[in-house]
Write a protein that binds this ligand. Structure first.
Ligand SMILES: *Cc1c(COP(=O)(O)O)cnc(C)c1O
Length: 219
């Protein structure tokens, strides 16, 4: 099996210019994450605040930290200390909590809105039809800055199955960009994982979240 270093170098070489790579590091050790960062990873994606805190204690600001899991409001304070972006905002309550905690910390937190593009199939994220209302509601918050959209799509199976969900999310991204709302900068479209990222990039992703192809399978 190829090393983390070899995997990172290969993926970085093959990604088109302008596409950011987030190394999705859930269940991986601080040492593995550090190896990825030393091989050229700039952004680490974490799903759990506690796991991130342990990795952060070792890796620190040698990488940027993106939260890509489901954030519970009672973890927002700790999340704001560690993370440089929260990719999974899907409710006004969560946005307000991040805003409040960021204000207390003297920060403005970049966030993405998580779109439940698969509707029934996914637990988290805002439904496409409700996304504009959510963005309009939270855009005035002073200590978050909406910088784009994130979606998951189906996890397994034929990556072609994910294409319709990526298309829906890209359409929303373009529509919200055209609205040009104050406090909103539609800059990042985060979609695609190990099996689906080539399709996601074809559909307009400029941020991909890759775990298995960097770190190997999770056990
Ligand atoms: C685990 C995870 C990924 C990466 O999944 P792989 O299939 O291992 O590449 C991407 N995004 C999120 C939100 C994840 O939880």
């Amino acid at each position: 099996m190829a090393s983390i270093k070899e995997n990172v170098e290969r993926i970085l070489k093959e990604l088109p210019a302008g596409v950011e790579l987030v190394a999705a590091a859930k269940t991986k050790t601080p040492a593995e994450i550090l190896e990825a960062v030393e091989a050229g990873i700039k952004i680490i994606g974490e799903n759990y605040v506690q796991e991130a805190a342990e990795a952060f204690a070792v890796v620190g600001r040698r990488g940027k930290w993106h939260f890509i899991g489901h954030l519970q409001t009672n973890k927002a304070k700790k999340a704001v200390e560690i993370f440089d972006m929260i990719e999974t905002v899907d409710s006004p309550d969560l946005a307000r909590e991040i805003d409040k905690r960021s204000r207390n910390a003297g920060k403005v937190m970049p966030v993405l809105i998580e779109i439940n593009s698969g509707e029934e199939g996914q637990k988290f994220g805002v439904r496409p039809k409700d996304a504009e209302a959510l963005i309009r509601e939270i855009a005035p918050l002073q200590n978050i800055r909406i910088e784009g959209l994130m979606t998951m799509g189906p996890f397994e199976g034929d990556p072609e199955d994910a294409r319709p969900y990526f298309k829906i999310t890209k359409q929303l991204f373009d529509a919200f960009k055209a609205l040009a709302l104050p406090g909103v900068e539609m800059k990042w479209l985060s979609m695609g994982m190990t099996n689906s990222y080539p399709v996601a990039i074809e559909e307009g992703a400029n941020m991909v979240r890759i775990g298995t192809k960097i770190f190997g399978p999770r056990i």
